[in-house]
Design a protein around this ligand. Structure first.
Ligand code: ARG
Length: 472
């Protein structure tokens, strides 16, 4: 990037005649956005071409002007793509850089491009176009992640693990069912993405600086060329609204919160205390001092990056809260948080979509952990209820049995039928318990018996996966 001798740059842009002295150098750097809004180059050109086409249709500029603008923009595009374009700090932002180059290339037609337009509606349009492309990319990656979860869940529809509440063993579940909980979260995220895209796919151009323009413009034509579903209804709102960036960061924050919960579980499962899974080495790193270490860096970083995406959301909410209508330069600060959220979400989703299929499940360890924690105690209580005991009494009876087993360091299934009756304090009511009780005290029996929509029985997990596949 350079300051240039080019006369437009020296005059310090379009607003120069009003000023008696050049802008202070630090102020120039402070107010410029070219370092980061270069990312808009391609959508900025697309927006300008659509605007120019409309100006020509409406006879606001000539057909020759349009042709010159198109020729100039084609050249600028190739200069940018090949890295030849000379971005200048003195030209402040992506819009003025491209416009100045256009004028250098094609003369007066370049100076006519900005007729009936302002950088205020221009940047609002660029933001929406750029975010729309990003949203469409993210939707594809999010879909791959959901598919990866469905595939892994299908493999483990009948793999037993302990389900937890309070991080204490609660009841046996299947690993497939557990994964499908995350599938549900990410499906809601995908729905949110679709919703917000539909809401923001509207054209700001035509609002000009804030009040609209005196030229006979056709906003619908521009909207159509750029693939918008319609136009922003109010010119003041069009240039100042950043709800869509906030909504995207809210979507991103919720999505990252889901990723972070999954990450926390992966980290726990990978710890030798659990030992439920392994991850391929390429998703982990070692320690520079402890040779035995294999650290789950990817999930840890995803958990960490969740905080920074929340920060992006808070930045944008705070950016907007004090702004009077309409455009204020504050809005230039909308870009970096938005870019950061897009980049972080996209990278995180890519890595997780790639990593999930390679999670190595240690089914034996998972099952053993479910068996060790009295996870079928509720099943025993339910059994007694079905035999006629009131639930609270059944709960109490089983609590006694668990206490007895803890004392003897054994499992419920290690007891004989008379021992189990005795441990429950039910030896005087033998009709409440017979040999069939042992089948449902097994972890397999326990998950099999949760046979209803949304339950953990393998057949229900497979049904949920089938619904998921139909959705995708
Ligand atoms: N670089 C500016 C931004 O990002 C473009 C709009 C500038 N408009 C203005 N009136 N100074 O918001």
């Amino acid at each position: 990037m350079s300051s240039s001798n080019n006369s437009l740059a020296n005059k310090a842009q379009a607003w120069s005649a009003r000023f008696a002295e050049p802008v202070d150098e630090l102020v120039q750097r402070y107010t410029a956005s070219i370092d980061f809004d270069q990312r808009f180059a391609m959508v900025d050109i697309a927006g300008s071409l659509a605007h120019a086409e409309m100006l020509a249709t409406q006879k606001i500029i000539s057909a020759q002007d349009l042709a010159d603008i198109q020729r100039g923009m084609a050249q600028i595009k190739s200069e940018i793509e090949s890295g030849q374009f000379n971005w200048q700090l003195a030209l402040e932002d992506v819009h003025l850089n491209i416009e100045a180059r256009l004028t250098a290339l094609v003369g007066d037609a370049g100076k006519r491009l900005h007729t009936g337009r302002s950088r205020n509606d221009q940047v609002a349009t660029d933001l929406r176009l750029w975010l729309r492309d990003s949203v469409d990319d993210i939707a594809i990656t999010l879909k791959s992640l959901r598919l990866a979860l469905l595939d892994l869940a299908e493999k483990h529809a009948a793999t037993i693990m302990p389900g937890h509440t309070h991080l204490q063993v609660a009841q046996p579940i299947t690993f497939g069912h557990h994964l499908m909980a995350y599938y549900e979260m990410f499906s809601r995220d995908a729905g949110r993405l679709t919703d917000l895209r539909a809401r923001f796919n509207r054209l700001p151009l035509g609002a000009a600086a804030l009040a609209g323009t005196t030229y006979p413009i056709d906003r619908e034509q521009v909207a159509k060329i750029l693939g918008f579903d319609g136009i922003c209804n109010n010119s003041l709102d069009a240039v100042s609204d950043r709800d869509f960036a906030i909504e995207f960061c809210a979507f991103s924050s919720i999505l990252m919160m889901h990723v972070s919960r999954l990450s926390e579980e992966l980290i726990l499962w990978l710890s030798p205390r659990f030992g439920f899974i392994d991850l391929p080495d390429r998703f982990c790193t070692g320690s520079s001092i402890m040779p035995q270490k294999k650290n789950p860096d990817v999930p840890e970083l995803a958990r960490g990056k969740t905080g920074r995406v929340y920060g992006d959301l808070i930045s944008l909410l705070t950016l907007m809260k004090g702004q009077p209508l309409a455009y204020n330069k504050d809005n230039q600060e909308d870009k970096e948080p938005l870019f950061d959220a897009v980049d972080t979400v996209q990278d995180t989703l890519r890595i997780f979509a790639d990593m999930i299929p390679h999670i190595e499940v240690k089914a034996e360890v998972m099952k053993k952990a479910a068996e060790d924690g009295f996870a079928t105690a509720t099943d025993l209580a339910d059994y007694l209820v079905k035999k006629g005991l009131a639930f609270r009494d059944a709960h109490e009876a089983v609590a006694h049995a668990v206490k007895a087993c803890v004392g003897r360091n054994c499992m419920l299934t290690d007891l004989s039928l008379p021992e189990l009756r005795f441990a429950c304090g039910l030896d005087n009511r033998p009709e409440l318990m017979s040999d069939d009780v042992f089948a449902l005290l097994t972890v397999d029996g326990s998950v099999q018996s949760r046979q209803h929509a949304g339950g953990t029985a393998p057949a229900q997990v497979l049904a949920a996966i089938k619904r998921g596949r139909a959705d995708l």
